[in-house]
Design a protein around this ligand. Structure first.
Ligand code: GDP
Ligand code: MG
Length: 424
């Protein structure tokens, strides 16, 4: 038996979905343990091209059980829309291959409103939220002001609970933001249109996982976003509102005693970042535009152009450390094939000093990148499947990163398709 977490080392969009889809061939169960429907995990396989938001990326494999753990922001509306979309594309979703934790808290309709209202209030000081209600959801969860998915099986108690929450939330909506209040009719429609649809999938997934563990099944934990967006260890307050790191996987998945044997950290061969916040290695102008085009760096959920830069060794090394990564999957190496010289952010300059340690969030704003250049390889590597067959410049680039971040690179992805992979 082996458990594995697949996590993002950087700011997200490293290609986690692609790696989960590939590696689930060796696992029985895949669990999403945090985050919400603001994720965009792109998976391309023999069934087509998919942008998954809340569904685990193991959903395409037969005989794999996919679980949405108690740690996710369970948005019934978005989840049902996503499920319908996936089913329309021919993927079978049944209570046998998709299970929702009865202890997952529901993202309520007003969370999206609160998110948008607060971003509008902040104007140019906004956090760059995807406005999916994730921050209001998690703050309400920790205030114990949400509904657990399992409450759907107790309709009368649920209605009373919802009424109390609505009265409380209407105070914020009307008195602070001057917005329209919610009514029970609106919530009944939400219950009927979305919650009822996902209800058949809700189960005691912790109990299922304990059995799976006892039977020696292999469990894979799938994260959203990356180390630098972790609520406690990332670039606060430009983080997400949950813990993206592997250490949270046992709790958020519903198997708090789980041991994680392998932590596969996904690192992109260059850097991207969506939304606001300090991004030390950011490139601008023509150079940035070119990389964005070659890498197709536009958000899977929002379509927003991603900010881009060279690989950031300082941030990546830190990401590896906080994740406790045991191996690295380096993705999108093929994208760099157009470059004559490949930039690498090797250090930061802070107060005229060269530093290796990732700084405190506020200090990040004053840090500047120190950039060195590596020779490019200038040829198509997308068909290469063995490390030895890569051009020597590409090998050198990989070996340099491996040493600099202190973790072995065991997968190198050279294309978006499932099998465009080099195992080292
Ligand atoms: P995630 O959020 O970490 O799952 O990553 P995203 O799916 O948001 O972003 C990764 C993007 O890169 C997706 O569009 C993938 O299809 C694509 N991709 C993944 N690996 C590779 C690769 O090795 N080469 C290329 N060219 N594209 C890749
Ligand atoms: Mg993504």
């Amino acid at each position: 038996m082996a458990n594995c977490a697949i996590v993002g080392i950087n700011w997200g969009d490293e290609g986690k979905g692609r790696m989960v889809d590939l590696l689930t061939e060796n696992y029985d169960v895949v669990v999403r343990y945090q985050g919400g429907g603001n994720a965009g995990h792109t998976v391309i396989n023999e069934l087509g091209e998919f942008a998954l938001h809340l569904l685990p990326s193991g959903i395409f494999r037969k005989n794999v059980v996919n679980i949405l753990g108690n740690g996710v922001a369970l948005d019934p509306e978005n989840l049902w829309i996503e499920m319908e979309d996936i089913m329309n594309k021919g993927v079978s979703l049944t209570p046998e291959n998709l299970m929702i934790s009865n202890r997952a808290s529901l993202l309520l309709p007003w969370h999206r409103d609160c998110d948008a209202l607060e971003e509008n209030r902040l104007k140019d000081k906004k956090y760059g939220s995807t406005k999916q209600g994730i921050a209001p959801f998690y703050s309400d969860k920790y205030q114990k002001k949400t509904i657990l998915a399992g409450e759907l099986f107790y309709p009368e108690k649920l209605r009373a609970h919802l009424t109390d929450l609505m009265e409380w939330k209407n105070l914020t909506l009307t008195k602070i933001y001057g917005a329209e209040p919610y009514t029970m009719e609106m919530l009944d429609a939400w219950l009927n249109d979305y919650c009822e649809k996902i209800k058949p999938y809700i189960a005691d997934t912790s109990s299922y996982l304990r059995k799976a563990q006892a039977e020696g099944k292999n469990i894979l934990f799938e994260a959203q976003l990356g180390s630098l967006r972790d609520l406690d260890f990332g670039i606060y307050p430009y983080t997400t509102s949950s813990n993206t790191i592997a250490a949270y996987a046992p709790i958020g998945s519903g198997l708090p005693n789980a041991q994680i044997h392998d932590v596969i950290g996904v690192v992109k061969a260059y850097s991207t970042c969506v939304g606001e916040g300090p991004f030390v290695c950011e490139m601008f102008g023509e150079e940035a535009e070119q990389l964005r085009q070659y890498g197709a760096e536009y958000g899977a959920k929002t379509g927003r152009p991603r900010r881009v830069g060279p690989i950031d060794i300082v941030a990546t090394r830190y990401g590896v450390q906080v994740q406790g990564a045991t191996a690295i999957a380096l993705t999108k190496l093929d994208v760099l094939s157009y470059m004559d010289k490949i930039p690498v952010c090797t250090h930061y300059l802070l107060n005229h000093e060269q530093i290796d340690e990732f700084p405190f969030p506020l200090a990040l704003e004053d840090a500047e990148p120190v950039v060195e250049y590596f020779d490019g390889w200038k040829c198509d590597i997308s068909q290469v499947r063995r490390f030895e067959d890569l051009p020597k410049e590409a090998q050198q680039y990989i070996l340099y990163i491996e040493k600099a971040i202190g973790c072995p690179i065991t997968y190198i992805s050279v294309g978006a398709d499932r099998d465009s992979i080099i195992r080292k």
